[in-house]
Design a protein around this ligand. Structure first.
Ligand code: BGC
Length: 576
């Protein structure tokens, strides 16, 4: 096939009507409170997103995924939902939402909403009703209430830990003022878990999915999709009896990844398929690889996140094995694969790759300098992010190389706001400004996820770097000025212009979901091609390597004559 023939592209309207639009979409995650503040209250909002649709269009993404924008006390950044069928008044109105959806669609961009079905907030009408109602009532049955153990019920029903630290059960005060039952919360205590055995809960979520689908939402991201169904048969297992990591592959854990959860998604799928094009969904399911396929099947949600690349070191062997495995799995389930390096829950990849272990290689090409730091960056954050531990320049170079490789892969690429600016994690947030419950429930063990949720810098100047006129809800560091959109726009070697170019080419080069590996003299080089003569080559090693034949169309960093320097990816087109 000739080079020019591979550059055909779908028009915006074809793309909007295509039932398979999601299979190879570039999806940009917006954390609404930190994107753009249109009214100066320090919180990003819906109108702020609408104002930036031209920016999103110029970036070249296919879809936007909005983290929760529902009414919430923000006990967990909006993942504590008070009302599933409304917009947080702090962020705007339903009319603002409709306006935003229309503007995105007009620009040829799909809209994905985050659905949080495992738990509501403790301010949800149903939870308030449950607290005001007696033990055994229908209102209590929508959540997971149990009597406590001990003589007076003073001990939790089980000794389970919540994900954010501390117990997974909280005792309530009964309407008559006496100490009462306990309710289960896998996350913060402000996030009571729903009882998914209750038909009313199921019906209410169907109503919510229909509500947003009717408003033009094209797809859904399903929060902790693997937690909804639970085996709470008495006696509850104790912590010591719970299946450990690696032992729960058969759905045997009482509250993670149980087989019954798929009945729920089969019902959702029927609803999604009533729409044209069908609504899509992607599961956030932290399950064993072989259990992911059911979440991603066409009878289920259709797609599931794979976090394997995100968890891998910057290493050719690890990347290749993750890619090969995930492509095979996705194919077997009928889904397309998903790829992601950064999101609102993890340390930004430009920082992770700049940290000693799992990132830097010494001059001899061997792994890092042996310092005891986690590749996920959490220890580094906890230590206050000392600068001599972080090689930010190396981190960014590798992040750009990894992202360009990701954009070449078959399947969907999920990007997180700010990565297109090359933003680093913000380590220097004073404790008094922190918001993440993981910090409050786990003091001294985790600092939480605020460092990747700091409001974006749009301009190098102004009190909030152009984020808005008010005081940003999380403090921005001085160095944000260098990463501002205005600084990068039009600057040839900027990360923003690099992302724009890569995404534009990706859109034009969309090829069948196939990948062919090519041998390379160096084991530290990954070279693969896609149908149509489209090649991606990444040098994970320390020495420059020869580029294969072809015309270079984009690279993640400067090339060294005809050579590909270390920590760099290049795309080439050939005529075969
Ligand atoms: C979301 C987190 C959230 C948790 C509880 C997750 O997986 O991505 O941000 O804290 O679910 O809703």
């Amino acid at each position: 096939m000739s080079t020019t023939a591979t550059l055909a592209t779908l028009s915006d309207s074809d793309h909007m009507a295509d039932p398979n639009w999601w299979r190879q979409a570039a999806v940009y995650q917006i954390y609404p409170r930190s994107f753009y503040d249109s009214n100066g209250d320090g919180l990003g909002d819906i109108k702020g997103i609408t104002a930036k649709v031209p920016y999103l269009k110029a970036l070249g993404i296919d879809a936007v995924w909005l983290s929760p924008f529902y009414p919430s006390a923000l006990a967990d950044g909006g993942y504590d939902v008070d009302d599933y069928r409304n917009v947080d008044p702090k962020l705007g109105t339903l009319a603002d939402f409709d306006e935003m959806a229309a503007a995105l669609h007009e620009a040829g961009i799909k809209l994905i909403a985050d659905i949080v079905p495992n738990h509501s907030s403790n301010r949800h009408e149903w939870f308030k009703e449950a607290l005001a109602s007696p033990k055994g009532s229908a209102a209590r049955d929508r959540y997971i209430f149990r009597d406590g153990l001990g003589e007076n019920g003073e001990l939790p029903p089980a000794d389970w830990d919540s994900v954010f630290g501390g117990p997974a059960w909280e005792r309530i005060t009964e309407p008559d003022g006496t100490p009462g039952q306990w309710y289960m919360h896998i996350f913060a205590k402000e996030q009571p878990d729903f009882n998914w055995s209750n038909r009313e809960v199921r019906d209410d979520f169907l109503k919510t999915l229909r509500f947003w689908s009717d408003r033009g939402v094209d797809g859904f991201r399903i929060d902790v999709a693997h937690a909804l169904t639970k085996d709470l048969a008495e006696p509850l297992l104790s912590k010591a009896q719970l299946p450990r990591e690696g032992e729960n592959a058969m759905g045997a854990h009482p509250y993670w990844d149980r087989d019954e959860v798929h009945e729920i998604y089969a019902e959702w799928r029927q609803l999604f398929n009533e729409y044209n094009p069908p609504r899509t969904a992607v599961a956030e399911a932290w399950v064993h690889a072989e259990r992911r396929a059911r979440y991603a099947s066409p009878e289920g949600l259709g797609q599931a996140f794979n976090f394997d690349l995100l968890q891998a070191d910057f290493d050719a062997t690890q990347f290749r094995s993750v890619i090969t495995k995930n492509l095979a799995e996705a194919k077997a389930s009928g889904a397309s694969s998903t790829w992601v390096f950064s999101n609102h829950d993890v340390v930004r990849h430009a920082t992770r790759y700049g940290l000693p272990q799992g990132g830097r290689k010494d001059g001899d090409g061997k792994d890092g300098d042996g310092k005891d730091r986690g590749q996920d960056g959490k220890d580094w954050l906890l230590a206050g992010g000392p600068k001599d531990e972080l090689d930010a320049e190396l981190g960014l170079r590798r992040a750009r190389a990894a992202s360009l490789l990701m954009f070449a892969l078959p399947g969907s690429a999920y990007l997180y706001q700010g990565e297109e600016l090359g933003l680093q994690e913000v380590a220097e947030i004073p404790d008094v400004d922190r918001q993440d419950p993981a910090f409050f429930r786990n003091a001294g063990v985790e600092v939480g996820r605020d460092g990747c949720r700091v409001p974006l810098p749009w301009s190098p100047e102004g009190s909030s770097f152009g984020f808005g006129d008010g005081e940003p809800h999380l403090p921005q560091p001085e160095w944000f000025a260098n990463f501002a959109v205005e600084v990068q726009e039009g600057a040839d070697d900027s990360t923003l212009e690099f992302y724009r170019k890569a995404l534009e080419l990706r859109g034009r080069l969309q090829a069948a979901e196939e990948l062919l590996w090519h041998a390379n003299a160096s084991a530290e080089v990954l070279h693969f091609s896609r149908p149509g003569g489209w090649h991606s080559v990444t040098n994970f090693g320390t020495e420059p390597v020869e580029l294969p034949e072809g015309t270079v169309v984009v690279s993640s960093g400067p090339l060294d004559g005809g050579k590909l320097p270390s920590d760099t990816t290049a795309w080439l087109l050939t005529d075969n």
